[in-house]
Design a protein around this ligand. Structure first.
Ligand code: ADP
Ligand code: MG
Length: 730
């Protein structure tokens, strides 16, 4: 066997379980110990400073320089008491990764040094922005960018080995004030949603003073051994296997899902959870997923901004904790062909400061009308702006998953569950279009009241094939990719629902002005929305061909690749919902789309180069080696005077190998030529389409030949770890 592969396998077989680092006997003993949370703020901040931060968190009020100095001093004392000697603004640029630039507290003074951390350093920093994507916003002569403190997400201490750093969540903007990150638009969308939702909530509940979007993500991932990872250039540089024949045993037995967790993986999970808990990330569930070597973790939901930060932080932690266990975490949406990919379900709802979940049916008829109002408006929003949701989850990675008969399709539809479907059709039937009928409305309210609370939670069927499903007290956006930053889909979600609620309020107000009662107006508008959004409702099998046909008939979009999905951002509706509302300026939106196209180009370009290299320099030489062995054998038999029939099989294999070697060479050459041409285009949008339509199709062609060779060539010669080795060795 090729030595490197053999050594790697030997290493894996001899691995010992790395003991998890125990932080304490009870999670509550160390939970959020590395977070500058309420308790820490009370201890380390003056009364004034504490109140100012709280008010900034709750209502976005500005913090004065004086107070900022006081907060910084308190934060520094707290961080130093935890052993931190440096700090960083922590932000989420459009690379999709998190970014940090560390500075130390100390400054030389006299003979020695003192530790300082000023309000200025807390509030604003100026990292060199020139190497972060800006989509043309940041001219090269003006490389400055700023990070600005987001008091809405608590500062925390990141421990790397023995080093400890105070991390301050920030937004990232250009010198001219345009957003260059995922967080700034998310914050704007949350604000917009609150402004739009509060007046609607007040129609029913005067006590609420705040509405926030909530997010509970579920993160899927693969784990493979580090030694095997290093033998695969595709995994190292593209995060997915570009080659590899399907294993004899795949996931067809479905014996991995919820199965017992392998001990090494379990140790990894325990360590990960400990790190999460110290950082106040409320992860609570862990289990095996459907594919071999695939797992999932999920937290309690939180306010969307904090939840997004926590997910970004989690992805970073996973990477680091995995290394401690000599494992590699694969967050790619489709690391292995032929078995399930990974998603990141985004469970989304809205809650009030009075503790009410707006998507949870209440105990009184009045509350149920509020629930119905929010429910129907969300469905209407999705129906109206489905294309934007599709665009929000577009990435080169996720293209492999959407519509691959294992993940939600690229067609956006809403699953309501049969119970809610019946409720909706009853409203449509019984509420008259033009006139509000007090009597039947009263009955209707009662019906809903009697049925919903009891039935709903168990009755929301587990249809896993829907990209957007109501699951009893929240909507679950399942088409989000596992490596994505949730901020973007959540920004779009907040924005479309906000826009929709604004329209709703205006329509109800208009009817009321025209003499309709408030209840009547609400029911009639809801009734209209139910009729308008029927097309988006789908309860059947989202993976089926029949649904593709049906969706086409209904006029729903089914855009399977990113470069085309990104075009939705340039539509009139996108402008209405994203620009007119102030979430992005026109320039910011255009710049962002540029960046997304560019990311796509980079991804396909890199994959294509890796694939060409692996096929040419790792696969073909091995195939030729084996061919030579066979040829020597054939020649030897001939020399011995053995009948030609004895070398028949060898000759056949030789010619089969030759056919595939040739096919690989031809396809690689064509792909390289197509790649050279692809970026000669008028715009990034055109270039990304070239990559998609003219370069990417060769991937499968090359792969088919390589994977066939894998099944023909002597296993001892093959240098690349095989699927069965990466997926089934524990
Ligand atoms: P599943 O069966 O899909 O795993 P769970 O009931 O375990 O569903 O919940 C999945 C996620 O939904 C969890 O992260 C949970 O915190 C989140 N969730 C529950 N309620 C809400 C809510 N009101 N808003 C947002 N997310 C929520
Ligand atoms: Mg789920």
């Amino acid at each position: 066997m090729s030595n490197a592969r053999k050594n790697a396998l030997q290493t894996v077989v001899n691995r010992e379980v790395v003991s998890p680092r125990i932080a304490g006997t009870k999670v509550s003993d160390y939970y959020a110990s590395n977070v500058f949370n309420d308790a820490a703020m009370r201890e380390y901040l003056s009364e004034d400073a504490y109140k100012a931060v709280k008010s900034a968190m709750q209502s976005g009020t500005k913090i004065s320089r004086e107070i900022a100095d006081a907060v910084a001093a308190g934060m520094k004392s707290w961080a130093m008491s935890k052993g931190a000697n440096s700090y960083t603004h922590w932000f989420q640029p459009l690379t999709g990764l998190t970014a940090e630039k560390h500075d130390m507290f100390f400054t030389p003074k006299g003979d020695g040094a003192i530790e300082v951390f000023s309000g200025d350093a807390l509030v604003q920093q100026e990292p060199d922005a020139s190497s972060f994507p800006s989509g043309g916003i940041r001219a090269t002569f003006e490389a400055r960018g700023y990070t600005a403190w987001d008091p809405g997400s608590p500062a925390f201490i990141m421990e790397i080995g023995d080093g400890k750093t105070l991390c301050i969540p920030t937004i990232f903007i250009s010198y001219t004030g345009e957003s260059l990150d995922f967080k700034a638009p998310l914050l704007k969308s949350s604000h917009l949603l609150e402004e739009a939702a509060l007046p609607v909530v007040h129609m029913f509940d005067k006590e609420a003073t705040k509405v926030t979007a909530t997010l509970g993500w579920e993160q899927e991932y693969f784990l493979i051994d580090e030694a095997l990872f290093y033998q695969r250039p595709d995994l190292m540089f593209a995060g997915r296997t570009l080659l590899g024949a399907a294993p004899q045993k795949g996931q067809q037995f479905e014996d991995h899902y919820f199965g017992s967790i392998p001990e090494r993986v379990y140790a990894f999970m325990l360590d990960l959870e400990t790190e999460c808990h110290k950082l106040g990330i409320p992860v609570r569930t862990r289990h095996n997923e459907v594919a071999p070597a695939q797992f999932e973790c999920a937290p309690m939901f939180e306010e969307v901004n904090v939840a997004v930060d926590h997910n970004s932080l989690l992805m970073d932690l996973m990477e680091r904790v995995a290394r401690r266990h000599k494992l590699r975490v694969l967050l790619h949406e489709k690391p292995f062909a032929g078995i399930n990919g990974s998603g990141k379900h985004n469970n989304w709802s809205m809650g009030t400061d009075t503790g009410k979940n707006l998507l949870s049916p209440g105990k009184t008829p009045k509350n149920n009308i509020l629930f119905l109002t929010i429910f129907v408006n969300v469905v209407k929003a999705v129906s109206e702006y489905a294309d934007l949701l599709r665009a929000s989850i577009a990435s080169a990675n996720n293209d492999h998953r959407l519509g691959a008969n294992e993940a939600p399709p690229a067609i956006i539809s809403v699953f309501t569950g049969s119970y809610m479907r019946d409720v909706l059709s009853e409203i449509e039937k019984r509420v008259s279009k033009d006139k509000y009928d007090e009597l039947s409305n009263a009955n209707l309210k009662l019906d809903i009241h009697n049925k919903i609370p009891d039935v709903l939670l168990d009755n929301t069927d587990r249809n896993r094939t829907s990209p957007f499903a109501f699951t009893g007290n929240k909507f679950e956006f399942r088409a989000v990719g596992s490596s994505a930053n949730c901020a973007l889909p959540m920004t779009i979600m907040n924005a479309i629902v906000a826009k929709q609620l604004q329209k709703f309020k205006a329509e109800v107000d208009k009817l009321v002005k025209g003499g309709e009662t408030k209840d009547g107006a609400i029911m009639r508008v809801l009734r209209q929305y139910i009729s308008d959004s029927k097309n988006i409702l789908f309860e059947g099998d989202g993976y089926s061909d029949a649904w593709e046909k049906e969706a086409k008939k209904r006029g729903l979009s089914n855009v399977k690749t990113t470069p085309y999905a990104l075009d939705f951002y340039t539509s009139k509706k996108a402008k209405e919902v994203l620009v007119d509302t102030g979430i992005y300026s026109q320039r910011e939106l255009e710049a962002r789309v540029e960046v997304f196209h560019h990311n796509y180009i980079l991804k396909i370009d890199t994959e294509s180069r890796i694939l060409a290299d692996m096929a040419t320099n790792q696969v073909v030489p091995v195939a030729l080696d084996y061919m030579n062995k066979l040829i020597a054998n054939i020649k030897g038999l001939k020399e011995l005077g053995v009948a030609a029939t004895a070398s028949k099989a060898q000759k056949e294999i030789v010619s089969e190998i030759a056919v595939h070697v040739n096919a690989i060479k031809v396809a690689v050459d064509k792909m390289n030529a197509a790649r050279e041409k692809a970026h000669h285009a008028k715009s990034n949008a055109d270039a990304s389409k070239n990559y998609c339509d003219k370069v990417k199709p060769y991937f499968d062609e090359i792969r088919n030949s390589v994977d066939t060779l894998e099944t023909l060539v002597d296993d001892n010669l093959w240098t690349l770890p095989k699927y069965r080795e990466m997926l089934f060795i524990r």
